[in-house]
Write a protein that binds this ligand. Structure first.
Ligand code: NI
Length: 251
């Protein structure tokens, strides 16, 4: 019923991945899109997609890698893209929260991967933190579609992304007491929303603070369905349809 459009699944965070996968199924999750966003995690997620039916992957270098990523890393990325169940590039983007000093390098890495996504005709999963204007201006230069992962911006920003054809990934943050995201979600069309956990991070209420997992997606889904005044089944159906229209799960 549910599709988790963005999560991380690493042995570093979970002792027993078999168990995580079983619990996901029991919680009504059909598919999870696991992001490998460094050289090491790319290798790890590829082994997971081969092992578990429900696992699909996106691969790409997170802006954290801006200082170390090389042309060789980009070639490695390209060399993997014809593999089965690799359904997108990400998470890629810009993150000025910790530092803006390497802005040029971040932009180089981001644009290099947008070019790859464009030429392989693959959707992108975008990470943007404290970098909204640069992200929008750069995305406008490329013919790509995708998800703004962990969207938590203003309604104005949401509308810009929606107009550009992007989907907004809504996760556990929407359930947080002080988050203004619920007011934004109320106003945006259901056709632009996909669900995500970003696990192991950003666990929804009532499990906030615990290690997140796709099995908790239902709490975010229930919360959004209440905001939107529809049943959780309808919400699951619409958001899964949105995800399936972006990602080619038959790859
Ligand atoms: Ni993430």
């Amino acid at each position: 019923m549910y599709i988790d459009t963005h999560c991380h699944l690493s042995r570093e965070d979970y002792d027993d991945i078999d168990k995580v996968i079983e619990e996901n199924k029991e919680a009504g999750v059909d598919k999870i899109v696991v992001s490998g966003c460094s050289r090491e995690s790319i290798e790890e997620v590829i082994s997971l997609k081969d092992k578990y039916d429900m696992v699909y992957v996106t691969i790409g270098y997170h802006p954290d890698n801006a200082d170390i990523a090389t042309k060789d890393d980009l070639d490695y990325l390209k060399s993997l893209l014809s593999e089965k169940k690799i359904i997108g590039i990400g998470e890629i983007g810009l993150d000025y929260y910790y530092t803006k000093e390497n802005r040029d390098k971040q932009i180089w890495l981001f644009e290099s991967q947008l070019k790859i996504a464009e030429s392989f005709n693959l959707p992108v999963v975008i990470h943007s933190r404290d970098a909204t204007m640069d992200t929008i201006n750069i995305l406008k230069k490329y013919k790509v579609k995708g998800i703004i992962h962990c969207f938590s911006g203003s309604l104005e920003t949401a509308n810009i992304y929606i107009k550009m054809g992007f989907l907004l990934g809504i996760g556990g943050v929407v359930t947080f007491k002080n988050s203004k995201l619920k007011d934004v979600v109320k106003e945006i069309p259901l056709s632009s929303i996909v669900l995500e956990t970003d696990s192991p991070y950003l666990t929804p209420v009532p499990y906030r603070g615990k290690v997140n997992s796709s099995k908790y997606l239902e709490y975010t889904a229930k919360f959004i369905s209440m905001i939107k005044n529809i049943s959780v089944l309808e919400l699951a159906e619409i958001t899964s349809k949105n995800a399936s229209s972006l990602f080619d799960f038959n790859r």
